[in-house]
Design a protein around this ligand. Structure first.
Ligand SMILES: Cc1ncc(COP(=O)(O)O)c(C=O)c1O
Length: 416
């Protein structure tokens, strides 16, 4: 008798519901001929938002130079362009060798944690989080310690709560700004308090800034590296979101701050990067083009722009709703509404997401997938056109009405 092939038990600890069971069910429904509105992923190209043409040209023209492996740290013009972006942010000393290019931020997150963590080391991660961070800590033997970013405090990190969580095993503090899933953009005072806390306790700051240029209305993005000179700060950015090139898989990590104390660590990250030879080369040729000159993302987030108007549609739908509460997203590509407990007792985010998919053909992500215990939230992307989002919210409201009229159904569904 053959045994079944069992996955490693640590995979059980990994959660990534953005592309999990609900997304699989959505595919089945599509195969049966249904149209499903996918609001689960922040994938601009899937909603018709194209990569700027100049970037596409840069890749095509350099394709012939993309056939060999590149350097493990990335091609020089890409690294230099990122260093120059940091220089223009006031970090005038930044050099290309502080920049590492990877296959998206996703790969770099794994590399920086794999190079750092001993078994049981603790990493402070926001809750709610982008679950890649928690998964990468767990897979690399660390312990994810989730710090609160309460909805009634604009989803900003609770600095005193973080302070109370620091132990001798704490190695790093992760900050995601602008935030996925909440859309929060942290003010300078909060970022400075986080930088000071990290410096005081000698923690590495990992600042995930992949949505850096996606801010709405009066929100302003402040780069963590400009506030954190006393400890090592690793800032992450990439082409996926701001430049709408998710599929090219290009991201970067920039090492700033206490570099003299971080040389061995940086070389360790480079060693792991060398093991995978190089990141995808073609997309790297577009980094210089992307970061220089006219920034078309500014038009999309300004009043009248596609993302601004879609966000407006979500804000208006939540204001109109009898059931929904929204902390208005100030950045990134998501909204994270909550169902008011007083409007719908017994609400459960997972059951709701399942029913919304089955009955209204809309795919969202339950809030508790982002490592919070609260089961009243859900996440959706702001990427569709405003009209499509307005219609989606009509269907969401219909389902909430149905559940309010038939509380029995909520209870039955919950125990199913
Ligand atoms: C906060 C955050 N970090 C990182 C990533 C992954 O980015 P990349 O496409 O560069 O791997 C995402 C993708 O959604 C994200 O939301």
């Amino acid at each position: 008798m053959f045994q079944s092939f069992k996955p490693a038990s640590r995979i059980d600890e990994v959660r990534y519901e953005i592309r999990g069971a609900l997304a699989r069910r959505a595919r089945e429904l599509e195969q049966e001929g249904n149209d499903i509105l996918h609001l689960n992923i922040g994938n601009p190209g899937a909603f018709g938002l194209r990569t700027p043409e100049t970037m596409r040209r840069a890749v095509v023209r350099n394709l012939k130079y993309s056939e060999p492996y590149g350097p493990q740290t990335g091609i020089f013009p890409a690294r230099e362009a990122v260093a120059m972006q940091f220089q223009s942010r006031g970090l005038t000393e930044t050099r290309f060798d502080q920049v590492m290019i990877g296959n998206g931020v996703s790969e770099l997150v794994d590399l920086v944690l794999r190079s750092l963590l001993e078994p049981g080391d603790e990493v402070l991660i926001p809750a709610p989080d982008y679950p890649l961070w928690t998964a990468a800590v767990v897979l690399n033997g660390g312990k994810a310690m989730h710090y609160p970013c309460p909805a009634d405090q604009h989803f900003w990190p609770d600095v005193e709560a973080i302070r109370a969580m620091i132990t001798p095993k704490t190695r790093a503090l992760v900050v995601i700004n602008p935030n996925n899933p909440t859309g929060a953009v942290y003010p300078e005072s909060v970022l400075q308090a986080l930088a000071d806390l990290a410096a005081e306790h000698d923690l590495i700051l990992f600042s995930d800034e992949i949505y850096d240029a996606i801010c709405y209305d009066e929100a302003r993005f402040v780069p963590m590296a400009t506030l954190a000179s006393e400890t090592l700060c690793v800032s992450f950015g990439g082409l996926s979101k701001v430049y709408r090139a998710c599929g090219w898989r290009v991201g970067w990590a920039v090492f700033t701050g206490a570099l003299e104390r971080a040389e061995d660590y940086r070389l360790a990250v480079e060693k792991l990067a060398a093991l995978r030879l190089s990141a995808n080369v073609p997309g790297q040729w577009a980094v210089q083009t992307a970061l220089g000159g006219y920034q078309s993302i500014a038009d999309l987030v300004a009043p009248g722009g596609r993302l601004h108007e879609s966000r407006q549609a979500v804000i208006e739908a939540c204001e109109k709703s009898r059931f929904l509460d929204l902390v208005v997203p100030m950045g990134a590509l998501y909204a994270f509404p909550a169902v008011k407990p007083e409007a719908l007792a017994d609400f459960d985010d997972h059951r709701f997401a399942a029913e919304l998919l089955e009955q209204k053909h809309i795919l969202i992500v339950p809030g508790s997938s982002f490592n919070i215990r609260d089961r009243h939230h859900f996440r959706l992307t702001l990427l569709p056109e405003a009209e499509e989002l307005a219609l989606a919210f009509e269907r969401i409201e219909d389902l909430l009405e149905e559940l309010a009229e038939e509380p029995e159904r909520v209870r039955i569904a919950k125990s199913a």
